[in-house]
Design a protein around this ligand. Structure first.
Ligand code: COA
Ligand code: AMP
Length: 642
């Protein structure tokens, strides 16, 4: 590293010492971190290979993640400390649970699930809005050594059905409704439709009835949450192996079928506990708020497991950054609960900035407890970074991570040494992640040159060991492109100081409002319209949501129709089949799509046109004349942004 003054150099040395140890002696490094947990059986095998030849952490260790998140703290004097704060501006409801209360609720709900036949290794799908019961459910499943698979509430029945079919749950836990600002989303009919569509049927469903919309129950299959809790006997923690799965979380890949990312118990607990101090600088008893959703990995790691493993207080917020009731919503929660670290997606701050550019709403709140704002989920653009830093007068930390890793790959380790930030960079690799920039042949690129971001194996604890039920997909999708490395799917570069700049996906995954979506999946839906011969869905820049998907559609020969009507139909199809969260709002008819001679649509070229980037016309293109034509059509619809 170069270019820092003396003070900064000292800071850099501390980070370097920590990082180098993790890369040069990973077993020693992680054995020390593992010693920080109360295992039932302390691991002796720190790093070993599984039967697929994949590196696994702590294979002979035994633990229970729910025990470590709850019972351990109760047994060690934190029983009366607040563990969870539920704050719901959309219903006006607030509730706090101490560690002892949360442990008791979780043990009781584990009893409900046990009575339904759920045991070690069984899957339970969770389809719930942001209510405290969603967290209770996840921890109850973990308590039984079972495996949860939480599905984000914004997904439509078809998406939920795909996940039910793949995870084959014994039980599904859901809710009568969620509330999106003032709109009531009835979850139960969506769940019923998904179960109807799925070839796998659960033995039972447990439904949390909310007064905003009561669900109709199906006799013999559905049980009322509250009634079941009244009758339940608390269940004990079941010890599991460190390598046993804690959860499956489906995420968008490049094809229509989502990938079930598998997270193990041991590596996950060790990495998350370490991260709470190293990255977020959190101490037990302090308040951490991840303003995300339990349906996403950020919610799993930093609403549920990370803060509780570290003995912190976590916040479950059922609201938005704006309109619940205003652009001061985040500041209100931070002030009311003395939040020390706030973690959210850049989109949330862009939304606040748009609604309240002069931050008039801020004046009413005392944010003196807030020390740092963390952002992830999508690229943190420098204007948003600067606005947030200047508005709050607090450090803003961008950190880069993925569902696959479960925690940050690059970041600024505020609990080790807070390095000088650089706008546009997610700072440096987190200990354990040997981050390299590779060219197409797999050679490591020099500083300043952009390439594919890959992580040299072994991956640190918490990273996925497989895709649920499809090891080949894991191998092909992540480990085959560059032997000896994990391919992240993101492109970027390191600067002369070793700071990493993430420039975006190199595949067909897009990020809309911090939500990861597959354009391939949307293409499958759009191509299903009877008038459509072929289509390309690409992500273009969006000033609020980072990216938005647009469809470029080629009609079947001889078809004439009203383009506005077609667009409305395509929008409705994507909404129905994927969900409102896809934000698919624009489709245009084109006469030709640029392709290679072998027939592959040149999507990257389309993205470059839309983003007004310089592009070179590949020699393999079949029909170069299609490009100016598409550019004109896109410009006419206002789809070209810089
Ligand atoms: N259940 C049901 N529907 C949901 C949902 C959920 N959990 N979450 C979102 N939706 C719906 C929304 O109601 C909206 O529907 P609409 O098209 O009928 O209006 C649609 O999905 C798109 O939602 P979203 O992209 O969130 O847009 P929005 O306009 O409602 O809100 C923001 C804009 C910026 C306020 C919001 O996107 C936000 O808070 N983003 C932060 C995202 C985040 O925390 N990501 C986690 C990764 S760290
Ligand atoms: P998810 O798996 O939903 O967390 O999405 C992971 C993807 O989001 C990454 O592969 C990146 O493309 C993007 N992403 C997450 N965090 C950042 C960040 N800090 N900067 C840029 N992109 C990010």
């Amino acid at each position: 590293m170069s270019g820092h003054n003396k003070t900064n150099e000292a800071a850099v040395m501390t980070y370097i010492a920590e990082y180098s140890k993790s890369i040069e002696t990973p077993e020693l490094f992680w054995a020390e971190k593992a010693a920080d947990l109360a295992w039932y059986r302390q691991p002796e095998m720190i790093l070993s290979k599984d039967s697929n030849g994949i590196d696994r952490w702590f294979a002979d260790g035994e633990l229970n993640t729910s025990y470590l998140a709850l019972d351990y703290h109760v047994e060690n004097g934190r029983g009366e400390q607040t563990a969870l704060i539920f704050d719901s501006p959309v219903t006006g409801h607030k509730q706090q649970y101490t560690y002892a209360e949360l442990r008791d609720e979780v043990a009781k709900f584990a009893g409900v699930l046990k009575e339904k036949g759920v045991g070690k290794g069984d899957r339970v799908v969770v389809y719930m809005p942001m209510v405290a019961e969603a967290v209770i459910t996840m921890l109850a499943i973990a308590r039984l050594g079972a495996i949860h698979s939480v599905v984000f509430g914004g997904f439509a029945p078809k998406e939920l059905a795909v996940r039910i079919e793949d995870a084959a749950p014994k039980v599904i836990v859901s809710c009568s409704c969620g509330i999106e600002i003032s709109k009531i989303i009835q979850y139960k009919p969506l769940l019923d439709e998904a179960i109807e569509r799925s070839r796998h049927k659960p033995d039972a469903c447990v439904i949390l009835q909310r007064p905003q919309a009561e669900a109709t129950m199906i006799e013999g299959r559905d049980t009322d949450w509250h009634q079941a809790m009244e009758l339940a006997e608390p269940a004990d923690c079941v010890p599991v192996k460190a390598t046993d799965p804690l959860y499956i979380l489906y995420t968008s890949g490049t094809t229509g079928k989502p990938k079930g990312v598998v997270r193990d118990n041991g590596g996950h607990a060790v990495a998350l506990k370490y991260s709470m101090k190293a990255i977020y600088n959190m101490e037990p008893g302090e308040v951490f708020w991840a303003a995300s959703d339990v349906g996403w990995v950020v919610g799993h790691s930093y609403i549920v497991y990370g803060p509780l493993l570290a003995g912190c207080t976590t916040v479950v917020y059922e609201g938005k950054p704006i309109k619940t009731p205003d652009a001061g919503a985040f500041w209100r929660v931070c002030a009311e609960y003395k939040v020390k670290a706030l973690f959210a997606a850049p989109t949330a701050f862009r939304a606040i900035k748009k609604e309240d550019p002069d931050s008039a709403c801020l004046a009413a709140y005392d944010l003196s407890a807030l020390e740092t704002v963390f952002m992830a989920g999508e690229r943190l653009d420098p204007p948003t970074y600067e606005w947030t830093t200047n508005t709050l007068g607090k450090p803003v930390v961008d950190h880069w991570w993925q569902t696959e890793t479960g925690w940050a790959i690059c970041g600024n380790l505020t609990g080790v040494e807070h390095l000088p930030p650089k706008a546009g960079s997610s700072t440096v690799p987190v200990p354990g992640f040997n981050v390299q920039i590779l060219d197409a042949e797999g050679n490591e690129l020099p500083r300043g040159e952009q390439g594919s971001i890959a992580i040299k194996l072994p991956l640190p604890p918490s990273c996925l060991p497989t895709v649920w039920g499809d090891f080949n997909r894991f191998k092909e999708g992540y480990l085959s492109e560059y032997p000896g490395y994990y391919s992240s799917g993101d492109g970027g570069y390191k600067d002369e100081d070793g700071y990493v700049f993430i420039m975006g996906r190199t595949d067909d995954v897009i990020n809309v409002a911090g939500h990861r979506l597959s354009t391939g999946e949307m293409e499958e839906v759009v191509a299903g319209h009877p008038a459509v011969a072929e289509c390309a869905v690409i992500g273009i820049n969006d000033s609020l949501k980072g990216q938005q998907p647009i469809g470029l559609v080629l009609l079947k020969n001889g078809i004439e129709l009203d383009e506005a009507e077609l667009e409305a139909e395509l929008i409705a199809m994507v909404r129905k089949q994927i969900g409102a969260v896809a934000c698919f709002k624009k489709a245009v008819v084109v006469q030709r799509l640029p392709k290679t001679r072998s027939g592959k649509i040149l999507r990257k070229l389309l993205r470059q046109i839309a983003d007004k980037q310089d592009y070179s016309i590949p020699s393999t293109i079949d029909d170069p004349a299609s490009l100016p034509e598409i550019e004109t059509i896109m410009a006419r619809r206002g789809l070209i942004t810089s």
